[in-house]
Design a binder for this molecule. Structure first.
Ligand code: TRP
Length: 330
């Protein structure tokens, strides 16, 4: 039996190269090694956007992008959170044993209170119990998440343990985090510092067309070039080389690296080449995104089949939970 993995995807924004080499690549590997449940967390998005415009559309866009990257609905169960109502029932039970004090202490809750003081809703407060329900509904043991999710993961373990203790059962395993950032290639952004996606406009999206890629790369921050051979690269320059290391041939990288070391680098030429290589990398994915996105029937079918599989697993857990608490199982 393969170990069970669950991960939730926020339906915000398009995928960029940083996401691709981070979460997406891990998912691509994990779908072979584990019994994976990947879902789009559309209920969670109501905590910040009570009336999202066209949530169906943005969910489908994300779904199309993950499929285009190679998430295989035959290997992994990919579904939309709101299609699996059993999660909401488990969320209700978990909330009955989730305490105000511990929920209020969660850092991301405190951040949200600061960010949206006019909408401090119960969904925001109980975000960790919904996330716990997402995970333990399938009795997952591994959860690929970013480091920023560690506190939510601690809460998920706590809620799983607490349920077992209160009802004196061994129903839920405690899910382990599987830190994506430690395993993944780090993709820098184009604005001279930090990771791709950290700030607005420093990212290349998988959906960006050739001319958009070129424009973004040509605008990337550089300097006037080294004057001393073999000097250390400033961060902005190192970032361009790191990107080149990810998408270009080794010969290309070595060529520009030698030029840099000889103080003969022409950043314009380097960026042109980088744009070409990024485009060559993205083009086949982009074409698949466009093709899948325009195939509504296919997307609907993937979502339907995913929900069906996820519900089989979720219903099994909910039946057990209802019985444990003392409700009628069906
Ligand atoms: N909180 C996660 C994030 O912001 C998304 C998420 C929701 C999730 N439910 C989950 C991740 C369950 C892993 C497992 O990225």
């Amino acid at each position: 039996m393969k170990e069970i993995v669950v991960s939730g995807i926020r339906p915000t924004g398009n995928l960029h190269l940083g996401n691709y080499f981070g979460a997406v690549k891990s998912f691509l590997q994990m779908q072979h090694d584990y019994n994976c449940y990947f879902f789009i967390a559309d209920w969670h998005s109501l905590t910040t956007h009570p009336h999202p415009d066209n949530i169906r559309r943005s969910v489908k866009t994300i779904l199309a992008e993950y499929l285009a990257c190679g998430i295989d609905p035959e290997l992994a169960t990919i579904y939309i959170q709101s299609d699996v109502r059993e999660v909401a029932e488990l969320y209700l039970y978990l909330n009955m044993n989730a305490y105000l004090g511990e929920l209020e202490r969660v850092t991301s809750f405190k951040d949200k209170v600061r960010k949206q003081p006019d909408n401090v809703n119960a969904g925001l407060l109980t975000y960790p119990s919904l996330m716990a329900a997402d995970i333990i509904i399938h009795k997952a043991v591994k959860v690929p998440v970013g480091k920023d999710q560690e506190q939510n993961m601690e809460m998920a373990r706590k809620f799983a343990r607490r349920f077992n203790t209160i009802y004196d059962v061994d129903c839920f395993p405690e899910p382990d985090s599987f830190h994506l950032s430690e395993k993944a290639v780090k993709v820098p952004g184009l604005d001279g510092s930090g990771k791709m996606g950290k700030s607005e406009g420093n990212a290349i999206y998988l959906i960006d067309d050739e001319s958009t890629i070129k424009k973004k790369v040509m605008k990337a921050v550089t300097d006037s070039g080294p004057t001393v051979p073999n000097s250390e690269k400033p961060e902005a320059i190192q970032n361009l080389f790191s990107l080149m290391d990810i998408v270009s041939e080794k010969e290309t990288y070595d060529f520009f690296n030698d030029q840099y070391n000889n103080c003969a680098i022409r950043y314009g030429d380097m960026k042109k080449q980088l744009a070409v290589d990024i485009n060559a990398f993205c083009a086949p994915i982009r074409e698949r995104i466009l093709e899948i996105q325009s195939n509504d029937a296919y997307l609907d079918e993937v979502a339907r089949a995913g929900a069906e599989r996820a519900r089989i697993s979720a219903q099994k857990t909910i039946r057990e939970v209802r019985e444990i608490i003392g409700f009628r199982a069906e």
